[in-house]
Design a protein around this ligand. Structure first.
Ligand code: BES
Ligand code: MN
Ligand code: ZN
Length: 476
């Protein structure tokens, strides 16, 4: 898909409001219930003279927001792509008094969502011709529209990077290839990527991370990504992503049905890598470090066991009550490293951490735990801007106590009750200082979805790349 600003050409789309539907053609369509002008309705037709008609429904003008534009233009692009349209002209006036830059960004984003395909392993790839989109904004706003479209293009590249990482299977994406992809995609954008292997991770005394990695034939990798572009600020924000390239459960083995999708258990790291890509390619003014402790949770004669007591980089000891609660162990060392060794002043961790979160919130809303309300408010503002949803879960002292062990400092599962919160609080107890502003986001349900939702296709979503970009670049 290619966007041109203020160029004419191609099939001219007509925007239609449901309460201002006029003319013979549209009245006929409405009468036959073929097109009524409601938001997300798209009507495309080529008549016997090979004349094309394209109507895009926008509902009532006062109800238009960015999410509605994303959804409507996602549908539009889908229709155009299936009909192999080569070129379309969009004349976009000021809509509902929204900012021209953000209108262009939302429309381009929605359209680009329609182009995503995960067909890397299909022999018969259905190639689509490139669609040219001639975008004509309100007169005088060409520059603003161009800026918005450029933002959407970069953000979608970042989101597609995340999706490709999450969609690909564990025999293709494992710690080393995950690290290589991070290097390949980020180094050229000016992000410093450092990858540590087994020996260096041992020297760092990351015993919790290494215990999870031990049964795997694949070497664990600690991936550190640094992007500094705000020299005047003392702030250094850490993004920590769960990077389990496969989670079999270990000795607490998962049933085969639940295991098939466990190549997506590096969703947190995919989000973090995508966010770094977005920040760097849009040159956000911020200092961010990202940390991923990547490994596989497998089974072998040397695997860690249910009942083991292990150490961690922080010095805290952990009783392993369930080898399938592995993500929090890798995060424990990564969070400690980010706050102790890298000097992060704030931290956000993202993880496909618990089935409990999926049960509570489903696949459309991520769950969060925080120790800092103003910091969380910044995320909520960015979520609004991005059209993504994160729901804050309660964090009471009692939930934290549920992680107490009789034989060690902590145990790696607080049990079935309140499983999303106890998992999050476990991760938070490895901050080098407990008052560092922190948000834990559980994306177990949202990183990968079982059916299309709005402009998100089935499979990996790349959720929260947008929100984190808006939050950290202060664009929200
Ligand atoms: N990776 C899983 C969580 C998960 C479940 C992600 C479903 C995506 C979909 C995590 O490592 C896990 O196994 N969690 C356990 C924790 C339990 C053993 C305390 C869970 O949620 O069942
Ligand atoms: Mn697990
Ligand atoms: Zn897991």
């Amino acid at each position: 898909m290619k966007f041109n600003i203020a160029n004419h050409g191609g099939i001219v789309a007509q925007l239609v409001y449901e309460d201002k539907l006029t003319g013979e053609y549209l009245s006929y369509l409405k009468e036959k219930e073929l097109f009524t002008g409601k938001a997300e309705e798209v009507y495309f037709m080529i008549d016997s003279n090979l004349q094309a008609q394209l109507f895009i429904g926008l509902g009532k003008e006062e109800k238009i927001d960015f999410e509605l534009l994303r959804k409507t233009f996602y549908k539009t692009a889908k229709v155009l792509l299936t009909n192999k349209v080569a070129e379309v002209e969009l004349n976009i006036p000021k809509l509902n008094n929204l900012c021209n830059y953000r209108i262009a960004s939302a429309i381009a984003e929605g359209m680009l969502h329609a182009t995503y395909k995960y067909d890397k392993f299909k022999s018969d790839k259905k190639e689509q011709p490139e669609l040219i989109v001639n975008y004509i904004p309100q007169a005088g706003k060409e520059h603003r529209a161009e800026k918005g479209i450029n933002e959407a293009v970069r953000l979608m590249e970042a989101i597609f990077l995340t999706r490709d990482l999450v969609n690909q299977p564990a025999n293709v994406i494992y710690p080393e290839t995950l690290a290589n992809t991070a290097k390949e995609k980020l180094a050229e954008k000016g992000v410093k990527v450092t990858v540590y292997g087994q020996k260096e991770i041992e020297e760092l005394k990351m015993e919790a991370f290494l215990s999870v990695a031990r049964a795997s034939a694949k070497e664990p990798k600690l991936i550190v990504m640094e992007y500094y572009n705000d020299p005047e600020s003392e702030e250094k924000i850490a993004l920590v992503g769960k990077g389990l390239t496969y989670d079999s459960g270990g000795y607490a083995i998962k049933p085969a049905t639940g295991m098939v999708e466990m190549h997506t258990d590096m969703g947190g790291s995919g989000t973090v890598i995508g966010t770094m890509y977005a920040l760097a390619s849009l040159e956000a003014k911020v200092n961010v470090v990202a940390v991923v402790a990547s490994c596989e949770n497998m089974i072998s004669g040397d695997g860690y066991r249910n009942g083991d007591i292990i150490g961690s980089m922080s010095g805290k000891t952990i009783e392993i009550v369930n080898t399938d609660a592995e993500g929090r162990l890798t995060l424990a060392d990564a969070v400690y490293y980010a706050t102790n060794n890298l000097g992060a002043t704030k931290l956000i961790d993202l993880a496909t951490l618990t089935g409990a979160c999926v049960s509570a919130l489903g696949e459309q809303v991520s769950g969060a735990i925080t120790n800092n309300a103003p910091f969380f408010a910044e995320l909520e503002k960015a979520n609004q801007r991005a059209g993504e949803m994160v729901w804050q879960m309660p964090s009471i002292d009692y939930y934290k106590k549920m992680n107490d062990s009789k034989v060690a400092d902590l145990k790696n599962s607080g049990g079935k009750l309140g499983g999303m919160m106890t998992a999050g609080l476990f991760v938070g107890s490895f901050l080098a200082k407990e008052d560092i502003p922190w948000i834990h986001i559980d994306i177990a349900g949202t990183a990968h979805i079982s059916g299309e939702y709005g402009y998100l296709k089935e499979g990996a979503t790349g959720t929260l790349v947008k929100s984190l970009y808006f939050m950290l670049s202060k664009e929200a």
